[in-house]
Ligand binder design. Structure first.
Ligand SMILES: Cc1cc2nc3c(=O)[nH]c(=O)nc-3n(C[C@H](O)[C@H](O)[C@H](O)COP(=O)(O)OP(=O)(O)OC[C@H]3O[C@@H](n4cnc5c(N)ncnc54)[C@H](O)[C@@H]3O)c2cc1C
Length: 386
């Protein structure tokens, strides 16, 4: 389908596709096995200016937005959803700085993030606060000109590898979510340590790690937005970042579809390629249709955000739900097209199926996304707008 990309957008997409083919595809299986962080690829993405695409020009970016980020994430994810996540999660960690940072914070962090010299991360989840993010326990106690952070964040992508972390913590526990605040915390700050590194089902090349804060003192100037606005910072960040997860899902699904189409023409049974059988053709046709529909919705969501629409929660959640459910279906079908070989690690599609699963879980599970969509539908209906 023609999405009428500008020449710049085509260049960004093609560059990401080239890196995916030349630098990511050859190491995807190995990093899936070892769980090693893809620093070499991150460096290449940096020198290729791909971290710049969603960062404003005044901070050494190229001035694009979520659409450009989605184009990159999709192409990288075609080759490896895990390696692509090191890029996408840095985007997630960068968004709150773009949206809520002071000019000083932006000047300090955005040029370094734009060059790919450093990565960012976003830390909300805790052992007992997942979907119910409002029940976080990490505290940032005001103390003179500082906050003193104590608590543990769990399953933080780019944990240990990123340099700058947006951490949501309670500055006034008596006020619940209204007492939460977003703080920028730099790796190396005394009292900020990294705990367990997770051994995961999929996206194994991405780092997923605990952040442990023990009397970690940060200056009050680390605040993003205002004290008490931490939950809002988190929700506004997710509104913008969810099309990125959708793009990761589209990329994984598209990668699996490509493999399935190629394999169906090579594999012969009953004396002919299995692509000759209508049962296979219908399966491939459905997979392709679902991928295209997911891509169209993902691009629409990203363009809606970049176009300046204020209320983007519904479209953003729709893209995330639809694309991630598509990725799970399409990668499962790709394994089916490969038959028994699809179940073996020597072939690429079982990894894609494992990688796809996370897109239905993180940045809000698909059950939570459906709640967001329904709540917005009801809100719109009450307001009488269509
Ligand atoms: C690999 C990985 C990377 C991650 N990266 C990050 C990161 O970088 N930063 C970060 O902050 N977090 C991160 N997370 C955390 C992720 O966002 C949470 O796992 C997710 O929000 C779900 O929380 P939970 O796992 O505690 O599930 P739970 O909230 O315990 O949910 C369990 C089940 O109950 C369902 N459920 C819960 N509440 C409801 C409800 N109200 N209605 C219907 N169903 C419901 C859920 O949909 C799910 O199916 C990551 C997680 C993983 C696994």
């Amino acid at each position: 389908m023609n999405y009428f990309l500008t020449d710049d957008q085509k260049m960004i997409r093609d560059l990401a596709a080239q890196i995916a083919k030349e630098k990511i595809a050859p190491i995807a299986a190995e990093l899936d096995e070892t769980g090693e962080f893809p620093w070499e690829v991150v460096k290449t993405l940096g020198t290729s200016d791909l971290f710049r695409v969603f960062i404003p020009t005044e901070y050494d970016g190229l001035g694009g937005g979520m659409f450009e980020m989605a184009l990159v994430v999709e192409e990288l994810s075609k080759a490896c959803g895990g390696i692509a996540l090191s890029y996408a999660a840095s985007g997630l960690g960068t968004i709150p700085i773009i949206l809520f940072g002071t000019p000083e914070q932006k000047k300090t962090w955005l040029p370094r993030l734009a060059s790919g010299e450093i990565l960012a991360a976003f830390a909300l989840t805790e052992p007992n606060a997942g979907s119910d993010a409002a029940s976080i326990k990490t505290q940032a106690k005001p103390d003179g000109d500082s906050y003193v952070i104590t608590g543990t964040k769990q399953w933080i992508t780019n944990g240990g590898e990123a340099t700058i972390y947006t951490v949501i913590a309670l500055t006034d526990p008596t006020r619940g979510v209204r007492g939460s605040t977003a703080l920028l915390v730099e790796k190396g700050t005394p009292g900020f340590d990294f705990g367990k590194k997770e051994n995961k089902m999929g996206i194994r090349a991405s780092a997923t790690r605990e952040l442990v804060f023990t009397d970690c003192r940060v200056p009050k100037s680390s605040i993003l937005a205002k004290e008490g606005m931490g939950f809002l910072v988190a929700m506004k960040t997710f509104d913008q970042s969810r099309p990125g997860v959708a793009a990761q899902a589209v990329g994984i699904a598209a990668g699996a579809l490509d493999k399935a189409v190629a394999y169906a023409q090579e594999r012969k049974q009953f004396g002919k390629p299995i692509s000759n059988f209508q049962g296979m053709q219908f399966m491939l046709a459905d997979m392709a249709t679902q991928v295209e529909a997911a891509r169209a919705l993902t691009y629409a969501a990203a363009r809606t955000i970049d176009g300046g629409e204020k209320d983007v929660a519904k479209i953003s959640s729709m893209a995330k739900v639809f694309a991630s459910d598509t990725a799970m279906r399409v990668t499962t079908d790709a394994v089916q097209v490969f038959g028994g070989y699809g179940y073996m690690k020597e072939y690429p599609v079982e990894k894609m199926m494992r990688d796809a699963k996370i897109t239905q879980i993180y940045e809000g599970t698909n059950q939570i996304q459906r709640e967001v969509i329904a709540m917005n539908l009801i809100k719109e209906s009450i307001r009488g707008k269509k």
